[in-house]
Design a protein around this ligand. Structure first.
Ligand code: KIV
Ligand code: ZN
Length: 385
């Protein structure tokens, strides 16, 4: 396997589903899990089995249904959680238990009320217990973003020695900036004995709007798994957005990393998740927002009509969007009006176009977005139709 493959770990159904109002039932979760499998994710974090009977049921059903990806269940570093996750994953072809605990001083002292040494012992114990049930055990060092690197390295070294196959370095509070997060991964890569026996994973939250950048910087410094969600949904400001990291890697071929995501499914799954979770996608959301391929100002429209590459770095078909659009507003120029009228079957000479443009601006100031119907009316008024 190429060293440059980046594994995509989707946690829409676990970290994403923690968002208030986004609760899904088992059938809805199954539909999303099957779509994620079709999309080509490597790992689905299907839920947190100990959290409720409903979540246990969802993880078990996904584990028995979805066979082409690894199915993962979350647990705290607590015996009953790990046993419950193992039970829920019993029918999975490729089960993974994701266990761990906080490692920042903030979490160690004021949440867990343990010592740093006790945290290492608990982490090692949890990994060893999970290993009795499954081969593939991922350890998370919660709040690693705010954990001192030297101590984090000790924790990670100990859990890898205990058998962790993946080590997750979450920026739980979305605190880091890219250079800082990248340095953290680099430090682990250079200072942890046995680090090459495990895959380093990023898990970034978006409190400062850095989740995508931090995940990519993590990869550039040695991580080979990105944890993310569709539309970037998740606690507070959300998680790393799957569509953003996938397309950022794809559009920067010189970085030489790849994922197995079939990007043409991105828009469809974004809509599915948004509708099922009742969570609208903001219009200006990168890659999948309704304005992501819409051009509305005169300068951009003119440049786009001359050559789409002037203002688009992604062909919309590459992410499953039908076509780019030219939105006519009072900021549009003659070129856009001409282009749109031509598409509607009206070929205007310069003089008529100039008159039409003056009339168009009057309409645009009133209606904000000029639709095809408005243009038909305008052509009637000018006796072109
Ligand atoms: O943000 C976080 O630290 C998490 C862990 C449970 C992996 O979601
Ligand atoms: Zn998280």
């Amino acid at each position: 396997m190429s060293d440059n493959k980046v594994f995509i770990f989707d946690t829409t159904l676990r970290d994403g589903e923690q968002v208030p109002g986004c609760r899904l039932n088992t059938e809805e979760k199954l539909i999303i899990a099957k779509s994620l499998e079709e999309l080509g994710v490597d790992i689905i974090e299907a839920g947190f089995p100990i959290s409720s009977p409903g979540d246990f049921e969802s993880v078990s059903r996904i584990a028995e249904t979805v066979k082409d990806v690894t199915v993962c269940g979350l647990s705290r570093a607590v015996e009953k959680d790990i046993i419950c996750a193992a039970e829920a994953l019993k029918k999975a072809k490729r089960p993974r238990i994701h266990t761990g605990l906080g490692t920042s001083d903030q979490h160690v002292f004021t949440k867990l009320h343990l010592t740093r040494e006790q945290v290492i012992e608990r982490g090692v114990w949890a990994v060893k217990l999970a290993k009795k049930y499954v081969e593939d055990v991922e350890f998370y060092a919660e709040d690693a973003g705010r954990t001192d690197n030297e101590y984090l390295a000790q924790v990670i070294e100990a859990v890898i020695a205990a058998g962790a196959t993946v080590v997750n370095i979450p920026d739980t509070t979305g605190y880091c900036i890219p250079e800082e997060y990248g340095q953290k991964i680099k430090y682990l890569k250079e200072n942890v004995k046995g680090i090459d026996k495990a895959i380093i994973s990023t898990h970034c939250h978006n409190d400062l709007g850095m989740a995508t950048a931090n995940s990519i910087t993590g990869v550039q410094n040695g991580a080979r798994q990105i944890e993310c969600t569709i539309n970037g949904i998740g606690e507070r400001a959300g998680n790393t957005s799957l569509e953003e990291v996938v397309m950022a890697l794809r559009k920067h071929k010189w970085l030489d990393y790849y994922t197995d995501i079939k990007s043409q499914h991105l828009f469809g799954i974004s809509q599915l998740v948004s509708q099922t979770m009742h969570m609208p996608v903001q219009p200006n959301k990168a890659i999948v927002g309704s304005n992501a391929f819409a051009h509305s100002s005169g300068i951009h429209q003119d440049g786009f009509i001359k050559n789409r590459d002037n203002y688009e770095i992604i062909d919309p078909a590459e992410v499953g969007v039908n076509a780019s659009s030219i939105v006519l507003t009072a900021r549009s120029g003659r070129a856009a009006l001409h282009h749109k009228l031509k598409a509607l079957g009206f070929e205007l000479q310069t003089e008529t176009l100039n008159v039409a443009y003056e009339e168009f601006l009057k309409v645009a100031d009133v209606v904000s977005v000029v639709e095809d119907d408005n243009l038909h009316e305008l052509m009637k008024k000018l006796k072109v139709a």
